[in-house]
Design a protein. Structure first.
Length: 181
């Protein structure tokens, strides 16, 4: 796993072979972060990484100056790897929650500036996740929500849909909660 840019840019970490997550490719992550940075300021933002996997997205947010990142990952193997990388970086702005991301979405009480979700593509109920996030307390005016998915999904009819991006076989739907003024 490689952190692409920012204060931890170019740092590499060996992902254990027993991790079952499908990390976002470096190419797709680099491109989607360029898009994110043109929509919202990551620096000093509160970020949420749902289905964190290896934590690559979480560490990219931290590297680019996020004030805090909450990583939600229920797998103990992935959680230990995220903790190990955070220790090696010496970054204390990461909060790892080892819980079910769907339960976290349902029970959320505080909003984030940026929410990123990368669930397993074959997960039951995958197509319901964007609606659940959009209907939760995770977002507020000015929040950006990014959903990673395969080309089999089209979320463009959902409220607050902003744009779709594709990088190879990796697709992202972006939702922007705009001001009601």
């Amino acid at each position: 796993m490689r952190i692409i840019r920012g204060k931890y840019g170019r740092r590499r970490f060996s992902v254990p072979t027993n991790i079952t997550a499908r990390p976002t490719t470096d190419f797709a992550r680099e491109n989607i972060f360029n898009v994110i940075e043109n929509i919202i300021d990551i620096e000093d933002s509160r970020c949420l990484d749902l289905f964190a996997g290896t934590g690559a997205v979480s560490f990219e947010f931290l590297s680019r100056g996020a004030s805090s990142v909450t990583a939600v990952e229920k797998s103990a193997i992935q959680g230990r790897f995220i903790e190990k990388v955070a220790r090696e970086l010496g970054d204390t702005n990461l909060r790892l929650l080892r819980t079910d991301a769907l339960r976290f979405i349902k029970d959320a009480t505080a909003p984030y500036d940026i929410v990123f979700a990368d669930p397993p593509y074959d997960m039951d109920g995958f197509g319901d996740i964007p609606g659940a996030v959009l209907g939760s307390n995770l977002l507020k005016e000015g929040s950006l929500f990014i959903m990673e998915h395969s080309k089999a999904y089209d979320f463009s009819t959902l409220p607050h849909f902003y744009q779709h991006r594709a990088y190879g076989s990796v697709n992202f739907s972006l939702f922007l909660i705009e001001s009601q003024e």
